[in-house]
Design a protein around this ligand. Structure first.
Ligand code: PEP
Ligand code: MN
Length: 337
């Protein structure tokens, strides 16, 4: 449930309610708006008398949260959460543009691509060092050597790094090098991994599972938030449907739905959403028009030589053109690049 305080409730009144809520064995989530404070009551509420909190000084009303996710919900936290990513606040007016190769493959590949995306206007560099591949015989990533190369690319360009941790035992090492830990689609419901990145305190980019509903994505985010980590960005990356013309079907609907249901920023990945280089730009633009807070795009300086996802990777020139086009779309929806 949430406890809505009266307009301009005093600090003493708020503290009084918090004390009472905690005395009942609940955790508290405070959302302080300009005029009004909302106190989230976290825990199993079934045994509690709603009236108990309504009589407290400064309380206007209590409202049950019917959704299974609480901390991720807009009711609990009406204002947009802004996730800091270097100088940028993701979820604010300026769009996050996360670009780079699917995998870190070599020093020259990552440095060349990093410089190119930086010049084109990217705000963060992506690149996998630990890769979740369908085939055990496919390139699995460079591991720690890949993380070291990403750091070199960050030193060269100033771009913060987004890279995946596939298992609990990779979280510490990835957190040591990266600015943002990516949780891939295949791991969206790996609950021990979600708990671990929640505890790491590092910013998390949580990708939607290819067979997961929006509600399941929000429940996965809830695991991370429940560990006290509020730096969570959600990522729509396409879902499995009967359609075979594209690798996945980008669920554009998910963007406005998520923006309504949650305060967390929403990033769109049209590269995995389409799986085909020819469609990436169109869907990226659609995502910005639909209200995405940012994009994650695979860019490779030589896609024909890529060790993973070359067929959906833009060349740097195409990415630069896309950034220019996005600037116009962003303006139309009151956003900036
Ligand atoms: C990726 O970002 O390269 C990736 C493996 O994505 P997903 O987990 O969405 O398939
Ligand atoms: Mn990829």
């Amino acid at each position: 449930m949430i406890i809505v305080m009266k307009d301009h409730a005093s600090a003493e009144q708020i503290a009084g309610v918090v004390t009472q809520v905690e005395a009942q064995g609940f955790r508290v989530h405070l959302s302080q708006g300009e005029e009004r404070t909302i106190i989230g009551v976290i825990g199993d509420e079934r045994p509690v008398e709603v009236g108990l909190f309504e009589v407290l000084d400064g309380v206007e009303r209590t409202v049950p949260i019917l959704k299974p996710y609480k901390l991720a919900s807009r009711e609990m936290h009406p204002a947009d959460t802004l996730v800091p990513l270097d100088g940028l606040k993701v979820g604010g007016p300026r769009l996050a543009l996360i670009a780079g190769p699917c995998s870190v493959e070599s020093r020259s590949q990552i440095l060349e691509t990093a410089q190119a995306v930086k010049e084109a206007g990217a705000t963060a560099l992506r690149g996998g060092a630990y890769k979740p591949r369908t085939s055990p015989y496919a390139f699995q990533g460079l591991g720690e050597a890949g993380l070291e190369l990403l750091v070199e690319a960050r030193n060269l360009t100033g771009l913060p790094i987004v890279t995946e941790a596939m298992s609990e035992d990779q979280v510490d090492i990835v957190a040591r090098y990266a600015d943002v830990i990516q949780i891939g689609a295949r791991n969206m419901q790996n609950y021990p991994l979600l708990n671990k990145v929640g505890k790491s305190g590092r910013t998390v980019l949580l990708k939607r599972g290819m067979m997961s509903t929006i509600e399941e994505l929000l429940m996965a985010a809830e695991y991370i938030l429940a560990q006290g980590n509020t730096r969570v960005m959600l990522c729509e990356r396409g879902i499995r449907t009967f359609e075979k013309a594209t690798r996945n079907t980008t669920d554009i609907n998910a963007i406005p739905v998520l923006k309504r249901q949650t305060h967390l920023p929403v990033i769109l990945d049209p590269s995995h959403g389409t799986g085909k280089v020819d469609y990436v730009a169109a869907v990226a633009k659609a995502g910005v028009a639909a209200g995405a807070d940012g994009l994650m795009i695979e860019v490779h300086s030589h896609p024909e030589k890529a060790l993973s996802d070359g067929g959906q990777s833009l060349k740097p020139e195409a990415f630069a053109k896309l950034v220019k086009d996005i600037r116009r779309i962003a303006e139309a929806v009151d956003r900036e690049v």
